[in-house]
Design a protein around this ligand. Sequence first.
Ligand SMILES: [Zn+2]
Length: 339
Amino acid sequence: MSDTKCFLCGNVAKSSTQHNNKLSGSNYTDPRDRHIDPFVTQGDIIEFYECPICGFYGVDHVGVVKDKFNDDDKSKLSQLAAERHLHNKTGFILSQEDETVFVNNLPFNKMETLLKDYPQDAIELLDRAFLNLSSYFSHPTDRWKDGYTVRMPSLLFTAPNKIFEILLQFKECGWIKFIGEPISSSSPFQITHNGWQHLRELKKRPTGDSQQAFIAMWFDENRKSFYLEIEKACTDTGYKALRIDNKEHNEKICDQIVAEIRKSRILIADMTGQRGGVYFEAGFASGLGIPVIYMVTQSEVDKIHFDTRQYSHIVYSNENDLYEKLKHRIEATVPITQK
Ligand SMILES: [Zn+2]
């Protein structure tokens, strides 16, 4: 690895290049038919970076895509990468397409998929920034007093000159208190009792870290082969399928179901069989902001209740069709995680 500038954040990083030998996907051409593909002719090369802020990640076809990303895209991607790095999560290979192949244990993701994980609004941004900041604190008496680390702007989803403004917002929320007067950008600060309590609540919520996919469906014996394909589509995209057989509960929504939905990153709702419980679970997840993938078998398309008919359903004809369509929908809905 040699010294260079990080593609995303511009700080000093190490980099190395590697030929992309995954030999699959749209960019692979058989040399015998000399089909000219702009990506292949430019050299199918991935540049890997090891950055103290963004962690370990790659850029596919680096020569070709370099100009495709503007500074705002790069800064958001850097912030997401820094957050993953902080929580010891896998990086990614920035690519033209999402693919479930791994090079150096990193999945290929396109920018649009990665950016789905960016905070959706100011509240989520402040919450996640505060969670990131709190990883530097372990005890109520801990103080931040040594100036800001080089990772701080990324972890707080902001620019270096705006760190203090974000900290003032934390103070407004009652999460931190500055020590000494007057307050300045060099004042030490601590997490307050309120702040610790808020952190406890935040850690209970589903986050990008969860790899659980909650499966809401009719658990009839002849649906079993379909369930197995759903499970396989989840596994192949890095998610862990969870089903709670609610037969014993007479289809009552039990506390366990509610708790597991809260912990899930995504909910897959198969409306086949028109079970009330499935509608409830999909609605509950939706209300929590958890993405819901609706699906139904071809023969029951007309039976879907009109409340959910407005949502795009995967319509499948058999198990294999279900697997292919669901896998693609998961990839398009949430970032692909590592298996
Ligand atoms: Zn970087």
